[in-house]
Design a protein around this ligand. Structure first.
Ligand SMILES: Nc1ncnc2c1ncn2[C@@H]1O[C@H](COP(=O)(O)OP(=O)(O)OP(=O)(O)O)[C@@H](O)[C@H]1O
Length: 661
């Protein structure tokens, strides 16, 4: 591995492994020890002269065809790398995600004739076939490794020195392995660095190709770093979701692979997508300076296919919804895909939009309450004013007062020198949207009530009140009337914010699943006309979607990213693994009609027709099944499960607590 273990120590460690089944701690690199154990567990013997596992011509052809893009983008990089190592008589190899060689450059003179076949296309270097080796071990460890001489598990491979690095896709999956192998006497200290850099070059090329229809941010901490192999790349959907990223991009934005497909750009950076695009239009070649929410600065160059830019510039504000206010063609009706309950909520809200009547929007997490509020704002007379959204549950109690009401210069330690107007005053002339109002601490409820009664704000540390004028929309996932009855929410504030209450339906209760799906898909990829296969659509319609529209939109977004260039229909193969099983387990319903009383097939194995074993269950129970399956798939990782379900951790805990009552 990185620093070759001394030969004697290696021999002793291997001897002990073979005799006791345990590798002594501290003598060899931990990853090497893990790999030796895996090789033993695969039933391999170090002295065995196994004949190389080789794919049939038919299978090899299939693998090459399905890795067409990877091969095309790897070839030029492999040629460049080969030029660098030509003198050291090495071969440069590309393997698929199972460790099968797909392309080799260089003549393996250092290998005797009998072994040469092992370095040709079709040979498998998966650890289960060849024990510890750079390709197989890089696959198993998902990281770059070097394996020298007798670190190889099979003695017959001891003449090799190899360095390999994984190549990751834009969504973080392992696409293949790049490897440099040579005679172990010619090993070079820089080979691992070379192969890792080359793998990144391939990843970047692949990402630009697979995300060519997306808006891309090319990022670096310094403007000069943009365009280099060390640049970060982030791919965005038209409505500002991060749908792809290379490793540097993730690191720069402090994200993990699991955040891809589940994170809005504006949650990470202090900028909205439409602002980015309009700055790009004005100065297409200039790197923009952006700030992360933690204060760090990055520089970004936007790249977007000119053919899709007009569609995007049109679509980006559509997410914020700013069309005219005529009923029938306003921003609210642009969200209307035919569900009667949703339409009735929109009709009622439309009637008070120009009046000083506060609106309370109820509905489960992710049903689209904020989108509804934004669209209402854009449909009303204040649409040219600001829309200020505040998540009352997300601001720490100690900060909520200064965040909402503002403060004067020097009001408290840590305050900004120039003071802050506060979010309530930012909403002046527009709409204030208070999300999760039920989570607001009681002391703040009292202050908010005063603001609403007096229509003035008094910043922290100020003696004088400032007049404010905004339309108020609040949202809650809980029944606020119950919270008021239990003393958790002030009665007087409840009456003050509840001029009109509308309830948005959960996704599983909507009757417009097919139309909604079409709408979400056309938002995600306006130019592509992506559809869903009918069988899959009927299963999606029957699934309980605990995370509602947020979860469904996120699943569709990731599925669209899985489409090959030649595909335009989403099918089972594009669905995430954790959802597949759950979808197979629900009985299909006609997507155009209401899901109605759903049925579950119990634990029907994949591929079985679940309708044969239908067991009626409540929708709530179905939702719990989906939650449990996601938790199992994420091995109990609540944060990851919540992200995959499209709900917050608090909501997931709440649902789990409700289930255990
Ligand atoms: N009508 C819609 N059309 C397209 N996408 C939608 C629609 N409604 C919601 N979404 C998707 O669902 C996501 C969540 O929507 P939104 O934030 O409005 O829900 P919410 O009910 O306010 O959630 P929470 O209760 O967690 O704050 C959006 O970012 C968007 O991806």
């Amino acid at each position: 591995m990185r620093s070759p273990s001394p030969l004697l120590a290696l021999r002793q460690a291997r001897q002990q492994l073979l005799e006791t089944g345990q590798c002594p701690a501290g003598i060899v690199d931990e990853r090497l020890a893990r790999s030796w154990h895996r090789s033993m567990a695969a039933g391999l013997a170090p002295t065995a002269r196994v004949s190389p596992e080789h794919a049939s011509t038919h299978h090899l052809r299939h693998v090459l065809a399905s890795n067409h893009a990877l091969l095309a983008h790897s070839r030029p990089v492999m040629e460049y790398v080969f030029d660098q190592v030509r003198q050291s008589q090495s071969v440069v190899v590309l393997a698929d995600s199972a460790g099968m060689l797909m392309h080799t450059l260089g003549d393996p003179h250092f290998v005797d004739k009998a072994e040469r076949v092992a370095l040709t296309s079709g040979a498998s270097w998966n650890e289960s076939h060849r024990g510890t080796n750079a390709i197989g071990t890089a696959l198993a460890e998902r990281g770059a490794v070097e394996i020298h001489g007798s670190e190889h598990f099979l003695e017959r491979n001891g003449f090799l020195t190899c360095a390999a690095s994984p190549i990751l896709s834009a969504t973080g999956e392992l696409s293949g392995i790049l490897d440099i192998s040579g005679d172990h006497r010619n090993g070079h200290a820089h080979t691992l660095g070379l192969v890792s850099t080359a793998a990144r070059m391939i990843e970047n090329r692949l990402m630009v190709a697979t995300c060519k229809r997306n808006i891309r941010l090319h990022l670096h901490a310094h403007p000069e770093g943009i365009g280099s192999v060390a640049e970060g790349i982030i791919a965005l959907s038209d409505d500002g979701w991060i749908v792809g990223a290379n490793r540097v991009g993730l690191a720069l934005l402090r994200l993990n692979t699991g955040d891809i497909g589940a994170t809005l750009l504006e949650r990470v950076l202090d900028v909205r997508l439409d602002d980015l695009l309009s700055r790009h239009k004005r100065r297409p070649l200039q790197a923009q300076q952006l700030r992360l929410h933690n204060g760090a600065i990055v520089f970004a160059q936007i790249q977007v296919d000119p053919a899709v830019l007009p569609a995007i510039s049109h679509a980006a504000p559509a997410a914020a919804a700013t069309p005219a206010s005529k009923p029938g063609v306003d921003a609210l009706s642009a969200l209307d895909t035919g569900d009667a309950r949703w339409r009735s909520a929109a009709d009622k809200a439309r009637r008070i939009v120009a009046k000083p009547i506060p609106l309370l929007v109820q509905g489960e997490s992710g049903v689209g309450k904020e989108m509804f509020a934004r669209a209402l704002h854009a449909s009303g007379p204040r649409r040219d004013g600001p829309f200020v959204a505040i998540n009352c549950g997300a601001i720490p109690e100690s900060l909520i007062e200064s965040e909402l009401f503002g403060y004067v210069a020097g009001a408290f330690t840590g305050a900004r020198k120039e003071g802050s107007p506060g979010r309530l005053r930012e909403a002046h002339g527009g709409t204030l949207f208070l999300d999760e109002i039920g989570d607001m601490p009681l002391t703040m409820q009292t202050r908010l009530l005063r603001v609403l009664q007096e229509r003035t704000v008094t910043p922290v540390g100020a003696g004088k009140a400032v007049a404010v004028d905004f339309a108020l929309v609040c949202a809650t996932h809980c029944k606020l009337a119950e919270a008021a009855a239990n003393g958790k929410f002030r009665h007087d504030l409840y009456y003050r914010i509840n001029g009109l209450t509308v309830t948005l339906p959960a996704l599983r209760d909507r009757s417009d699943f097919a139309a909604l799906t079409e709408r979400l898909l056309s938002d995600l990829s306006p130019a592509l006309g992506v559809q869903v296969a009918p069988e899959l659509l009927s299963r999606l319609a029957a699934y309980p979607w605990p995370g509602n529209l947020r979860q469904y939109a996120s699943v569709l977004r990731t599925a669209c990213a899985m489409l090959q260039d030649s595909e335009d229909t989403l099918d089972w193969a594009h669905m995430p693994d954790d959802l597949l099983e759950a979808l197979q387990a629900v009985a299909p319903v006609a997507a155009a009609s209401s899901p109605g009383p759903a049925v579950v097939a119990g634990a029907a194995p994949l591929g079985l027709q679940p309708a044969a074993v239908q067991v009626p269950q409540s929708l709530q129970a179905l939702s719990q099944v989906a939650i449990q399956q996601t938790l199992e798939a994420t091995r109990g990782n609540v944060s990851l499960a919540a992200r995959q379900l499209g709900i917050s951790r608090q909501t997931l805990y709440r649902k789990l607590a409700a289930a255990s009552v």
